[in-house]
Design a protein around this ligand. Structure first.
Ligand code: ATP
Ligand code: MG
Length: 557
């Protein structure tokens, strides 16, 4: 186990942990083995993080191990691009599979041999019905299914056909191998489920060795058994598949007896989570890619500025239960806010700049103000911030005719410039259309922050940057991807939030930010948490993404 894992505190108790703990106490298992089994057909999302934290977390806390297994049974939808990104995301989240990296496709030969075994036992047969016919014969929840006319083929006949399927003699879709269980079972999953289909496709991991591929339900439990998984934890939709999972284990000479346990999948408000929908957003150009900072993917959240700690905290906080529910996006946002609040350096950035001229500041001169990075964390140090007679301030920190209760700058009013002086607004410059172009102030040299006697209280404190020293940078304000609480239905895309990205082309930042490295995270004072975009920034030319606002602005909407 890596050192980064060891310092992560144990997660709170949940029903899976209780089961594991009982199984260890009773001696049912000496040590436990879990697995995280992604199909490499897309990027991991925050729902997968719940499963990763659960499986790796349980293994870590009970002294067991957790395998990373690619459930790569469908070559048509899978790609090494996905495999690589999945590995990187699991590592980024802070988990380590050590030597335990596996591929279901590495078990294809064993799975094939076991399929022949079932055929020989009279428990599997080759069926020539088409996919539609198989569906029609399957029956419904209220009606039993109908047996295929090919169901009575002899083991010899089936073996011969199955070997020829493997040999490539038959076209895609012309035959399948089915388990011979019970076409009248109340559980539709037991009505002779398909075990193998013909697919003349090359496989991203197994190459061109195979033209028949096992179905998920057949591959999964046997892969668990091969790896000696003790607790095979999956989401609730597999509950109805459990009898089939057990049927295969009961009827095959497998080396171990894993058990399946189901928990509720994560649904998060204001977003979609299925890989199919996320892929659709990517393919239809609604987002820039899988790592678009608005995506609920781990690569997207990372680019947005989420930390692994904040995601792990989120997964702990929402817990693990057995009833499906929607979790409020606000909880995830609160987790990153808390994490960044404790560690992100505070800096000044003006997002919508308005010029402020200090008329009595010595012309052409400047000074450097030392400002701490974090009010509660002196260990984060400080930086020198240039100050001059020409500053940028936030346009909405000035109101020519102040509304009731407005505590910032307006003609005749004074504010403190954060870490600097108190200024008093004396006049404004306007363009021909009457828009305010600049604000003129006078400053009081005796009021510099930190000076003896400079504690004079003023109502408002605003942030600023020195205009001749500022760097200009694009800043992207991201918001929720969908504007409804629980998006769904076929036309879920109609609820895409049109304001999920707002580009501020020319924000003005304090010069210390010029050299901030990709992924560095800051609190822009009074604005929110922002990080340096890892894709679009160049050395000395950062682009910033807003991770989250300082406060939850959605509950008020
Ligand atoms: P999706 O439905 O989003 O396409 P999936 O279930 O097809 O996801 P897999 O790659 O098969 O994706 O998932 C790997 C593991 O992650 C599985 O054990 C699955 O149960 C779990 N998982 C997937 N989505 C969620 C979720 N929303 N919440 C919790 N666990 C999830
Ligand atoms: Mg799946």
């Amino acid at each position: 186990m890596s050192s980064s894992e060891q310092c992560i505190p144990a997660a709170p108790v949940n029903f899976i942990r209780n089961i594991v703990s009982e199984d260890l106490e009773s001696g049912k298992h000496k040590s436990i083995v879990t697995r995280f089994p992604p199909e490499p057909n897309g990027y991991l999302h925050i729902g997968h993080a719940k499963s990763i934290c659960l499986n790796f977390g349980v293994a870590r806390d009970f002294g067991g191990r957790c395998h990373l297994r690619f459930d790569d049974t469908n070559p048509v939808k899978e790609d090494v691009e996905y495999t690589e990104s999945i590995k990187e995301s699991v590592r980024w989240l802070g988990f380590d599979w050590g030597d335990n990296l596996f591929y279901a496709s590495d078990y294809f030969e064993q799975l094939y041999q076991w399929a022949e075994y079932l055929i020989q036992q009279g428990k599997a047969y080759v069926d020539d019905l088409t996919a539609e016919e198989i569906r029609a014969y399957r029956g419904t929840l209220t009606e039993p299914g109908k047996e295929s006319p090919y169901r009575s083929r002899t083991p010899e006949e089936n073996l011969n056909l199955f070997r020829r399927m493997r040999g490539g003699e038959f076209a895609d879709g012309s035959k399948v191998l089915r388990a011979k269980i019970d076409m009248a079972s109340p559980n539709i999953n037991l009505r002779d489920p398909v075990m193998y289909r013909i697919l003349h496709a090359s496989h991203p991991h197994a190459g061109d060795k195979w033209c028949i591929y096992p179905m998920y339900d057949y591959a999964h439990g046997q892969s668990d058994a091969i790896e000696g998984i003790t607790h095979s934890v999956c989401t609730l939709e597999f509950e109805a598949h459990k009898p089939l999972y057990e049927w295969f284990l009961d009827n095959l000479p497998v080396p171990a007896r894993p058990r399946q346990y189901e928990f509720a999948r994560l649904n998060l408000t204001y977003t979609v989570m299925s890989k199919r929908k996320l892929l659709q957003l990517v393919q239809e150009g609604d987002v820039e890619g899988w790592d678009d900072p608005r995506m609920p993917t781990l690569v997207g959240l990372r680019r947005r500025g989420y930390t692994p700690e904040s995601i792990r905290t989120f997964c702990e906080r929402i817990g693990v239960g057995r009833s499906d529910s929607w979790i409020d996006m606000g909880i995830l946002e609160e987790c990153v806010r808390e994490d960044l609040n404790s560690r992100a350096p505070r800096v000044m950035a003006v997002l919508r700049p308005l010029k402020l001229v200090i008329d009595n500041y010595p012309q052409g001169s400047m000074e450097e103000l030392e400002i701490a990075y974090h009010p509660q964390k002196p260990e984060l140090g400080s930086r020198m911030v240039p100050f001059s007679g020409e500053l940028w301030i936030e346009a909405d920190d000035f109101q020519e005719v102040p509304e009731k209760g407005f505590k910032r700058l307006s003609p005749g009013a004074e504010v403190r410039l954060r870490g600097g002086y108190i200024v008093n607004c004396t006049s404004v410059d306007k363009d021909e259309a009457g828009n305010v172009k600049a604000v003129h102030c006078s400053y009081d040299p005796e009021t510099r922050s930190g000076m003896p006697g400079a504690e004079r209280k003023v109502k408002g404190v605003i942030h600023w940057v020195s205009a001749p020293h500022a760097i200009s940078a694009p800043v992207r304000l991201y918001d929720r991807l969908l504007s409804v609480v629980s998006p769904g239905g076929d036309d879920w895309k109609k609820d895409l939030n049109p304001d999920s990205i707002q580009l501020l082309e020319c924000a003005k930042l304090e010069p210390s930010l010029a050299t901030a490295p990709p992924e560095a995270t800051f609190q822009f004072e009074r604005q929110g948490y922002f990080c340096v975009d890892s894709r679009d920034s160049a050395p000395g030319r950062p682009v910033f993404n807003r991770t989250v606002t300082l406060r939850d602005t959605w509950t008020k909407k």
